[in-house]
Design a protein around this ligand. Structure first.
Ligand code: UD1
Ligand code: CA
Length: 473
């Protein structure tokens, strides 16, 4: 090996190892720990996303418990990187985990070791760590905790100098346990050095495990510099071991997302009662009341107001629209769109393919699925519009529905401009209601109607004068 100790070598390409074989016993769940969700995404997906963003050449995920399920969760790959899996069976410790990945790691790269259960590790932090490793050093991400119980302690030479070892909590002396600087579980190291050290690991310690952290003492013994990059951001290194920790990190993450939105000018009634499980793109002067949940990709135009207790997923809401309380919008794959100045809710439901034009009104207990409503159309109460094309200024009465499903196939309903559909009508699709037409309340209509016509399709009203109701005998 010809090393020039004084000069930094090039860090080379980055290869990432994500340890994800552990059981996560304390989650008490049949779902593998790394597949539990934070902000709507699997813990492992957060880490994989960060790996993609730093431009990793390859990613090796070490799997064991629930391996098939964990591997399937990364079916769509990691953008720009070669994704491979190394099975670790049984799980004999973090050092053993990385040993399983070692044969897949080229010698010319810098290896970054991450944990699948530490979801919020940041891109910038990893870049800084890779720079600190500089192709020739072992770089450790560390942090100071008031309560370091359970963590590996960073042991330095007298006077707080060079890092000489990491000692696991269970192996630490009383004096070592007073050290508050802990190892986060994240390191960057040249592959060729790491591989040499992995071959020297043993399990003679309090837990009988192969500790990855033992590489630090080998580095010190070999005269390889060890640098600690101390972070102040506890969220980035927070690991998940229990439902309580998952919930706590979720709240912390949500607060961080809420603060970032408020920073952009979004007015949140209460940042502690806000949940974003995806991406939220907001124009100016957006107001969001308490207890709203945003999922998938949502965009809110200028001046949009979202009332309390709304769930909005995969939707675009244009400028000036108002979503009143308790409304559920889920565009799923097809998406949902609410046009400028539209009013939706309270208690409305927009499903995939709902496309509302400007100034459309959708009122309480109205469901819209795979339907286009032209500007100014209104369905204000207790109605269903499925697979419908609704013209401009249509008024769709309370209790009316499109009967779009014949038990086997879905059919379309076309309602022309300026049509009035009375209350409690059934429009049996396929059907076209001609522009300007009127459908009398209570009609069941199964034949298309001419423009401008009044159509009434219901039993004729019959009255019997002086009708005597039966009397009890
Ligand atoms: C590890 C570090 C400790 C550090 C802490 C930070 C070691 C020996 N100790 O301890 O210094 O302070 O992280 O959180 O590395 N895993 C496997 N296979 C195994 C064992 C673990 O894939 O055989 C995975 C786990 O699923 C987890 C990660 O490695 O994602 C870390 O394992 P964990 O047991 O949580 O490590 P700690 O004991 O917390
Ligand atoms: Ca452990």
């Amino acid at each position: 090996m010809n090393q020039t100790p004084q000069q930094d070598s090039k860090p080379g390409p980055v290869d990432i190892v994500i340890m994800a074989a552990g059981k996560g016993t304390r989650m008490k769940s049949r779902l593998p720990k790394v597949l539990h969700r934070l902000g709507g995404r699997a813990l492992l997906a957060h880490v994989a996303g960060t790996a993609a963003r730093i431009g990793a050449r390859s990613v090796v995920v070490v799997t064991g418990h629930g391996a098939a399920e964990v591997e399937a969760s990364l079916d769509s790959g990691i953008a720009g990187a070669t994704l491979r899996f190394a099975r670790q069976e049984p799980q004999l410790g973090t050092g053993h985990a990385v040993q399983q990945a070692a044969p897949l790691l080229p010698d010319d790269g810098t290896v970054v070791v991450l944990s699948g259960d530490v979801p919020l590790i940041g891109e910038d932090t990893l870049r800084a760590l890779i720079a600190a490793s500089a192709g020739r050093r072992l770089a450790l991400l560390t942090i100071e905790f008031d309560d370091p119980t359970g963590y590996g302690r960073v042991i330095r030479a007298a006077g707080g100098g060079e890092v000489t070892a990491i000692v696991e909590h269970k192996d630490a002396s009383e004096a070592q346990r007073t050290v508050r600087e802990i190892y986060s579980g994240v390191m960057a190291v040249p592959a060729r050095l790491l591989k040499g050290w992995l071959a020297r690991l043993d399990n003679r310690n309090a837990q009988g495990e192969y500790y990855l952290t033992d590489v630090v003492k080998f580095a010190a013994a070999d005269g390889v510099p060890v640098v600690a990059h101390v972070t102040a951001d506890a969220l980035q290194v927070a690991g998940i071991n229990s439902p309580a920790q998952l919930a706590a990190l979720e709240r912390a993450w949500q607060l961080r997302q809420a603060n970032a939105l408020m920073e952009q000018g979004v007015r949140l009634a209460d940042p502690a009662r806000f949940d974003l499980r995806g991406t939220l793109d907001c124009a100016g002067d957006v107001e969001i009341d308490v207890n709203c949940i945003f999922e998938g990709a949502v965009s809110l135009g200028e001046g949009v107001r979202i009332g309390a207790n709304c769930v909005v997923a995969n939707a675009r809401i244009e400028a000036g629209a108002v979503i009143h309380p308790f409304t559920h919008i889920d565009g799923e794959k097809a998406g949902a769109m609410v046009g400028a100045g539209a009013l939706v809710g309270p208690f409305a439901r927009l499903r995939p393919g709902a496309q509302l034009g400007a100034e459309v009104h959708i009122g309480n207990f109205v469901e819209v699925k795979n339907s286009t409503l032209a500007p100014g159309a209104k369905a204000n109460h207790l109605a269903y519009l499925g697979d419908a094309t609704v013209g401009e200024r249509v008024n769709y009465g309370a209790g009316s529905i499109t009967a779009n499903y014949d038990g086997a196939n879905k059919h379309r309903t076309v309602i022309g401009d300026d049509v009035h559909v009375g209350s409690n009508c059934v429009l049996v699709a396929p059907i076209t209601i001609g522009a300007g037409g009127t459908i009398g309340g209570g009609s069941t209509v199964n034949k298309s109607t001419e423009p401008g016509a009044l159509t009434v399709a219901r039993g004729k009203q019959v009255s019997f004068s002086n009708w005597k109701r039966p009397q009890k005998k």
